[in-house]
Design a protein around this ligand. Sequence first.
Ligand code: ADP
Ligand code: MG
Length: 242
Amino acid sequence: MLEIEDLSVSIGGKQILKDVNLRIGPGETHALFGPNGTGKTTLLNAIAGIPRYAVDSGKIIFKGMDITQMPMDERAKLGIGMAFQRPPAIRGLRLKDLIKIINPQADAAAILKKMDFDAFGEREVNRGFSGGEVKRSEMVQLLAQQPDLVMLDEPDSGVDLENIKLIGGAINQLTQKDIRPSSRTKSGIIITHFGHILEYMKTDRAHVMVGGSIVCSGNPSEILEQIKKSGYEGCVACLCPA
Ligand code: ADP
Ligand code: MG
């Protein structure tokens, strides 16, 4: 589904990502861990194609196509979807109208109900929403889009316990963890700090990013255990000795 080859990315002339390699197969969902400011959001934004993230070298391959230079809207049409860490509010656009723009066939009422968000359909997108409400608004948009690769940038931050279950359930559905493994075709990547949401959704593999590079990859629960025990640096030293 996704192949990142030796990707280096800079923002405003400052290098953030260094030689990142990552492969996510169809039906797989990966977790991405790492300290603040290490480049996790930069990686997802570069895959999404936000213009200010300059690819200095390396390639992004999606479904076998080189999308490294492709405009963002074309990537979305090809099946890349993203829940942003801090999405903007959109004045003058109601959430239920955005759902129709994303996918005219979508059942807006059913999607809003699923996320316990009925009352927000008439509201302007993210305008005056609380932190947790913004996260549910992002999930509503992804449920309308049904992307083949779903990228989630801290979908759990600022979300209360009850809604974490709701969001975890929606992610499982988007990444087809609710059907048998051999039938799965969709993929996902999730950035999270707490791991709490991982109790409500399934991940197949995890990576630790430090200083703009992926320094360790492995089993999600083992890596999370190590991070909890000895921090990111300790996790790296323990699981991926040089
Ligand atoms: P993470 O998601 O891992 O916390 P980010 O990818 O958001 O980290 O940020 C990586 C680094 O890039 C940080 O040092 C951040 O300050 C820097 N950065 C992000 N956006 C910009 C920008 N628009 N201009 C300059 N530096 C930026
Ligand atoms: Mg981030």
